[in-house]
Each structure stands twice: as C-alpha cells, then as structure tokens.
Ligand binder design. Structure first.
Ligand code: PLP
Length: 428
C-alpha cells in the first residue's frame, strides 16, 4: 500500500468517506485519492513523493501557480500582527476598494468565508429586497451546499448521483425552480407562471460544475432582459469565473451587468474567502445598514484578506496574465484535439480562456442532459492513465480544468504528449 492509500484507509474510519469534500474521494474515477503534501508553481507533490503537473489548481484559486511569492509574502507579513480580531480592519476597506474597482457592477461588497456562504447570503438578500420567496436555478449549476441549491445541482452532487440530498425539506425544494441551461424559453415560462414570486435567477455565467459549459450567444442577454421584465434580480455566481475569465470575471468578458455577484476561490488566494456584492441600493439592505441579517466571526479575516488582496492586486496590475492564460488554453486544447483525432474517439471539448473540459461524448454539451451522455467509465480510465503519466486532472468527468500561468510551454507539451498516450492506452 502507498502512503496515500494508508492515509485514506485511516481517514475513512475518522472522516465521512475519508474526505472533507466529496469529489476528492475519487469515487467518480475509481481508485484511491492522492494525499497531497506540498505544491509549488505548476507542481503538486503527494505523500508518496511523486510529482504531478497541476490542472485543477485547488479548483481555481492557484491561477498564478502554487505558493506564488507575492501571496506567500503577504501572508508572512500579516501573521506577525495576530490572526483575527473580530473588529474592523484597514485591509477590509482596501479589499472592498479593490473588488469594486475590478468588478464595477459590485458597488458594495460583503466578505464571507466560502462560496457557499456567499450564495446563501445573496439569495437571502434577493428575497429580502424583493419580498419574494422563489428562485430559479439551472440544472447542473452548482452554487455550494446551501439547501436551496441542492436541487439538480452539479459538481460533487452530480458526481455522487445525489442531486436531491436527504435533509433538504420539501418546502425549501419547492421554492427552487429549475430550468435547463441555455434554455431561455423555459425560464420565461417559469417567470410567467410565477409572477411576482421569483426573487432571483442565479446562474454560473459560464458553467464549471457540470464540466465546462458555455452560454450560447444571446443566453445571458436574454436572461438579463427577462429579469428586468419580471422584476427579478439577476445573480451571477462567479465563484469560479470571477477574476479568471478576465479580471472583471465573466460579466466583463460577456458585457452583462448582474444585480448581485457572488465570488470565492481566487478571491482568497487559497485562503477560505468568499464575497457577495452588487447594486448599492440592494446591498444597503444588509445588516447593520438594513434589516437583512448576515454575519461572520472570521469574515474579513486579516490573514485571508492579505492573501486575497495580494492575488487580486497582482491580477489587476498584470493584464498579461490573462493573455498568457488564453495562449496556454488554446495550445493545450489544440494539442488535446490532435490526440483525440489520432485515437479516433468521439469527444466534445468546451473551452473558454483558462477553463476547459474534455467530454467523452460525441454530442455537443450545452446543458446537464448533454453532459450526462458522457462515457463516465472511459473518463475514469483516461483520468488514471493521465495520473500515471504525472498529470493531475479533476477526478470527475463533470468538472472543469483550471489552468495557471505557472504552466510553461514545455509543460504544456508534456501534458499534450501524456494526453495522446493516455487516449491510445484507454481505447485498447
Ligand atoms: C465552488 C463553487 C461554489 C462553492 O464555493 P465553496 O467555497 O466550495 O463553498 C459556489 N458556486 C460555484 C460556481 C462554485 O464553483
């Protein structure tokens, strides 16, 4: 047994399923998860001393590579002044200033500790502001593990085959209406049939959590105008896409202005941070400015703010990061396509910037049911073949890959080579 396997056996006796977040358990690809000891730049190192090229990057935050020096230094500098005060700090003001500058639709922002907290708070605010109870979400979109969102949810919920979790009450589920992604007509029907009842439409403006799925031309614009027509707020869940698809997120890239935005992942530079924000008139309803309650003992934590701010500062001041990510993304995806054609496999690659998914299906993937047409066992074999060649992919067909600027051209070539060899191995 490897050290990772030993640790996993022990973990399973102490932690449900041996992990603190389901997808990590490798159930969707089979086998035993790697226990990670350290990481630097483009590389992960496991407890068995093996090295892997990173294509997940902590599910997004490590967009500049692991232990990026300016972020590491900011954390080191901050630590000497104590770790938490539970009182306001200068850093929170600077962080808010930075976020509102980078994402102009966010006029006011509140810091929380995870993406889940951000989305839970955002719908509470939407409900409080509009006086309406229902929300619309899309099948296969994941917005964290809040009760209201565990209805036709993506990511781990999809991988584990439990889209509707026990413990979510019928009353909660009844307030969550769902539509297929990219289906404007379905949204219009829901809004028409639930007039003056829908507080918000929440979506991933580019989906990462059923694999990478792009909005079709006109979809985001259409949702924006339907929301305006029915007095419903539009919430962009940019926990994944924020600061990744451009420095202003998907909303900058697609030129759509949501009413509220949720953020996470990159915003903490690897520390547990989330945020929600948007129109000032809406955010002014949040306590103590207004009556909608939301709080957090460790929210705006000074160490977390230091890491996040160092990361956002760097992204804000180095637009070449995004150009480089586009180049790496294009090069990798083109290389993958060549390998796939050589192997003669039916496939679909969805790609935007530094996010992409190789779907093991010949069908175009523009929603949840398309994604479910994938050959999941084939993906599992491919995943392990890549792992054997030192490339760490997301351990599920229904996730996006996340690139970092730590990937050199040489490493990109190595990944392309590993992809071709892995595909030829798994089709045998
Ligand atoms: C990861 C994710 C979340 C949840 O964030 P956590 O920090 O894991 O709670 C919410 N929405 C989207 C789009 C995500 O990708």
């Amino acid at each position: 047994m490897t050290t990772s396997e030993q640790l996993f056996e022990k973990a399973k006796t102490l932690i449900p399923g041996g992990v603190n977040s389901p997808v990590r358990a490798f159930r969707a690809v089979g086998g035993s998860p790697l226990f990670i000891k350290s990481a630097k730049g483009p590389y992960l190192y496991d407890e068995d001393g093996r090295q892997y090229i990173e294509l997940i990057n902590s599910w997004g935050p490590m967009i500049l590579g692991h232990a990026f020096e300016p972020v590491e230094k900011a954390v080191r500098d901050a630590i000497q002044y104590s770790f938490s005060f539970g009182a306001p700090t200068r850093k929170e003001v600077e962080m808010a200033e930075l976020i509102t500058a980078m994402v102009p639709s966010v006029e006011k922002v509140r810091m929380v500790n995870s993406g889940t907290e951000a989305t839970m708070a955002a719908i509470r605010v939407a409900r409080g502001f509009t006086g309406r109870d229902k929300i619309i979400k899309f099948e296969g979109c994941y917005h964290g593990h809040g009760d209201s969102f565990l209805i036709a949810a993506g990511s781990g919920a999809m991988t584990m085959g439990v889209p509707d979790s026990p413990g979510v009450t019928k009353a909660t589920a009844a307030d969550t209406l769902t539509a297929p992604y990219n289906d404007l007509a379905a949204v219009e029907v829901l809004l028409e049939n639930n007039q003056n009842q829908v507080a918000a439409v929440i979506l991933e403006p580019v989906v990462g959590n059923m694999g990478c799925v792009l909005p079709e031309p006109g979809f985001l614009e259409g949702i924006r105008s339907l929301c305006d027509k029915y007095g419903t707020l539009l919430i962009f869940d940019e926990v994944m896409t924020g600061f990744r698809l451009s420095k202003g997120g998907a909303q900058e890239r697609f030129g759509i202005t949501p009413d509220l935005t949720t953020m996470g992942k990159i915003i903490g530079g690897g520390m547990p941070v989330g945020a929600y924000g948007g129109r000032a008139d809406i955010m002014n309803q949040v306590s103590p400015a207004g009556p909608i309650y939301q709080a957090g003992t460790l929210s705006g934590n000074p160490i977390a703010m230091s890491a996040g701010m160092a990361m956002l500062h760097y992204l804000n001041e180095h637009p070449e990061v995004y150009t480089r990510l586009e180049t790496i993304g294009d090069k990798l995806v083109n290389g993958f396509r060549k390998g796939l054609q050589k192997a003669g496999l039916n496939y679909t690659i969805n790609h935007i910037g530094s996010m992409f998914t190789l779907f093991m299906t010949g069908r175009p993937v523009s929603n949840f049911s398309d994604a479910k047409s994938c050959d999941v066992p084939l993906f599992g074999r491919y995943f392990h073949a890549m792992l054997d060649r030192g490339v760490y992919l997301a351990p599920s067909q229904f996730e996006s890959l996340f690139l970092s600027i730590a990937l050199t051209d040489d490493l990109v070539d190595q990944i392309i080579q590993a992809n071709e060899e892995s595909l030829l191995e798994v089709i045998k």
